[in-house]
Design a protein around this ligand. Sequence first.
Ligand code: PLP
Length: 434
Amino acid sequence: MNSLPVSFSKKAIRTPESPISQFMELALSSPHLISLAAGMVDGGSLPAGPIASAVSSILNDPKTARAALQYGTTQGYGPLIGHIVEHVAKLDGKTPKELGVSVKDVLVTTGSQQLLYMLSELLLDAGDIVITESPSYFVYHSVLAGNGTRVLTVPMDDDGMITDELDILLEKLDRAGELQRVKLIYTVDYFQNPTGLTLSLERRKHLVEIVEKYAKKQRILILEDAAYRELRYEGDELPSVKSFDPKNQHVIYAGTFSKPCAPGLKTGYALMPNELIEPMVRLKGNHDFGSNNLSQHIICKLLETGDYSRHVEYLRGVYRQKRDAMMQALDAEFGDWLGVYWTRPKGGMFVWLTLPAEIETSPGSKFVKAALKEGVLYIPGEFGHVSESGHVPKNEARLSFGDATPKQIHEGMQRLRKAADSVLKTEAMASGAA
Ligand SMILES: Cc1ncc(COP(=O)(O)O)c(C=O)c1O
């Protein structure tokens, strides 16, 4: 006898299939494909040696071995939390006190993704509003969709989120009596995934001023996702948005060791207004009562020995070469095309490509098919947009230089150009025939 279908929760039904999973599967199952799609970090530079030394030093001492292999505390491994506070303050050229944070304001998470997810549980009821940049990190959009959150967006330019537009949007929501639904403003403010754009210094300050302005009417928190912050290849360091919040009231700073160290360790962290810590620890208790303890001990050791900062320095050199390769390849293949432009990121691993309007990049489009035939993969730009705010551009693409070698990047871009040429040729033939 056949059973009835399983009846899933509303949340499970609302949660969309990961838009890029099929692209990832394609990349993994077709070795001839050059993937400029994956958000993977560079495989060849993963710090196996330093991690092996850290593991052996932890496990060869019975005391540290027992501590690392036992359950830890829900908030995170104390010595690691101490290093995290020092580390972020140092990135800002400040002491923890000047930054307005202490070890009591930190939560260690299973990657920063867990933080993004848990914050939605902590702060958002269905119908509440989160404001994001447009485009933005599509996996976060998926978290919000599952949660029944309304997502409103603010456009970006070369200086990141246009904060004047954010101000206008909040005024509009205030007039419409909807301000009370606005809980979070989400920014990936360093070398954004997906565009590679970075929020300018002035706008960092402005962002905090905006939420301060509304703080008496509605406490709106800024979620600063600094996942790519440490991967800078040129230009001066920029202070965090968090650094403009010295009373630690408005900004949640999300960091991760995935990008600058190893995603396999799956360790992230948040520095946040202290009143959020206790409720977050309660929620995290229900999730997992603490992130992987061994990973936390390993990272702590890497920070202690200096291996971490040496690795980040090395990594910057590796990615700088790849970023340069992608810029050169784009210039070589698309430099002569009117109506094709792309971002020039100073860090991170993403470039945002805009093609002429007649080349649609959507899944199932002629261009995707042509690119697959040529053997190259990109992420359709529309995945980064949400539709409530109206227009979704169909001619954009996210390109990643994270995983491919410089040689593959050049080859991949030649293939992309061939794919674009073939689409235009068939379009021209079709219109000629019409
Ligand atoms: C912008 C952004 N935030 C957060 C994450 C989550 O990373 P993790 O959970 O590995 O720290 C990613 C991963 O790609 C990302 O691109």
